[in-house]
Ligand binder design. Structure first.
Ligand code: NDP
Length: 434
């Protein structure tokens, strides 16, 4: 805190991790070493660069680009790129720390990183997005590679942006090092099911949480926030598993579907978004849906809440409303979407809580599988990737129980923190002070 007093998101993430580790560390002198934590919390390297590009009016725009190479002890740095005006070093350090524990939990050979730019893609033309991605990669390309650092998507960076980023990388690198970026289209080396993986994996993890208490998704009302990649596919999988998804949202407001969303609704939303439209336009195409500006989805009574938009989107007041309305489960698709106070309120009221570092690890897991397929030069079928995703989410859940399952209800924060930490700490200790 003394070094970086203004990095409040990073402090929140680090405090959450240390609290999850505290009971374990009391009996583990090997790991309770301040110098180990000093290294774990400090990125190995941070690259900050200028991204100058020309907009459609011929004006020069300048954004700030970042790559945080957090921890390479388990493998190449791995983590997404975020394009959003709120991106700064604080946000990326918190995301990179979450990524360290998450990637370790997958059991794959993945180090951790995170990056992005304070660029707002909303309202930008396709040409502007392409020029921005090219300018961003013109600087980043020197720092990445399939054995070095492997970026992927995050908020504001989807398949289109990854395509433009990879195209520029390939040109500058003079080689088709396809494992240097994940989230690619399956047309040129992407994995089937990568797009769906975070949302699907979230629902698989939730199902394991429910099964542990002899419950199921069937007939449950689910409030989902966000209307992007994670929210879209979490909603799709939850529907397929017999749940009723009653909300989606974006930064402007929330969509309410009292009788539940259907696959048809989601496909209409895809078409709207492909044409540059937004969530609030969905009710224009289907009866029975309403969109209200300035509200969050948590006000609608539900059994399960899946925050899938952004950090701190579910605060203590939202947690109170959820509990009062009978919500019994919260599993995080987004990174750190629930504030510290909200988590405390939920857990103290018996709500089963699945933290993002475990529950949303399906995305990076399938990115790891994409890297494997790129190395093999052989794509796996959708069924094969889904089977492996299921398997990884099951193992992550199992590890959470191993380290956090002693109580009547498993403590998933403790379980995920300890299981991820032990693997990365062990690698760091064995590699010496580097
Ligand atoms: P997208 O850009 O596809 O979608 C983000 C969604 O969240 C949009 O609907 C956006 O609305 C909404 N949103 C963004 N900022 C805010 C805000 N301040 N308040 C309310 N809503 C907001 O991103 P993803 O779906 O990929 O990512 C969502 C979350 O999931 C992030 O926390 C990300 O780090 C995490 N995550 C993503 C993974 C992935 O594989 N993509 C993997 C693991 C975690 P609007 O369009 O109005 O901005």
């Amino acid at each position: 805190r003394e070094k970086d007093p203004h990095q409040t998101y990073f402090h929140q993430a680090a405090s959450g991790l240390l609290e999850g580790l505290a009971p374990f560390l009391r009996n583990q002198p090997r790991y309770a070493d301040p110098s180990l934590f000093a290294r774990l919390l400090e990125p190995e390297r941070v690259i900050i660069f200028r991204v100058p590009w020309v907009d459609d009016q011929g004006r020069v725009q300048v954004n700030r680009g970042f790559r945080v190479q957090m921890n390479g002890s388990l493998g190449p740095y791995k983590g997404g790129l975020r394009f959003h005006p709120s991106v700064n070093l604080d946000v990326l350090r918190f995301l990179a720390l979450e990524q360290t524990i998450k990637n370790a939990l997958t059991d794959l050979p993945l180090g951790s990183g995170k990056g992005g730019a304070d660029f707002d893609p909303h309202g930008r033309s396709d040409g502007e997005i392409m020029r921005f991605c090219q300018a961003f990669m013109a600087e980043l390309f020197d720092h990445i590679g399939s054995d070095v650092d492997v970026p992927a998507g995050d908020i504001g960076v989807g398949a289109r942006e990854i395509g433009y980023l990879f195209g520029m990388y390939r040109k500058l690198n003079r080689s088709h090092d396809s494992g240097a970026i994940t989230g690619k289209s399956p047309v040129f080396g992407g994995s089937l099911l990568r797009t769906e993986a975070t949302g699907y994996g979230l629902v698989y993890f939730l199902q394991y949480m429910l099964q542990e208490q002899q419950e199921s998704l069937e007939g449950r009302r689910i409030a989902v926030s966000g209307a992007g990649n994670v929210a879209r596919y979490a909603a799709e999988k939850a529907l397929a598993e017999g749940a009723t998804v009653i909300t989606l949202s974006d930064s402007r407001g929330a969509l309410h579907a009292p009788n539940g969303l259907t696959q048809e609704h989601l496909e209409t939303l895809d078409r709207i978004q492909e044409e540059g439209g937004r969530l609030h336009q969905l009710p224009e195409h289907h009866d029975g849906l309403t969109y209200e500006s300035g509200i969050k989805p948590w006000r609608f009574p539900c059994d399960i809440a899946l925050p899938c938009a952004t950090q701190n989107e579910l605060d203590e007041q939202d947690a109170r409303v959820l509990v009062e309305n009978g919500c019994r489960w919260v599993a995080e698709g987004a990174n750190m979407p629930t504030t510290t106070e909200a988590i405390a309120h939920l857990v103290s009221h018996g709500v089963g809580y699945g933290p993002g570092k475990a529950a949303n690890a399906g995305g990076v897991a399938v990115s790891g599988l994409e890297m494997s397929q790129n190395s093999l030069r052989h794509p796996w079928s959708r069924e094969e990737v889904d089977r492996r995703l299921h398997d990884i989410m099951s193992r992550i859940h199992h590890k959470c129980l191993e380290y956090g399952g002693q109580g009547k209800r498993p403590d998933y924060v403790q379980g995920a923190s300890v299981a991820g930490f032990v693997r990365v700490a062990e690698a760091m200790l064995r590699q010496g002070v580097v």
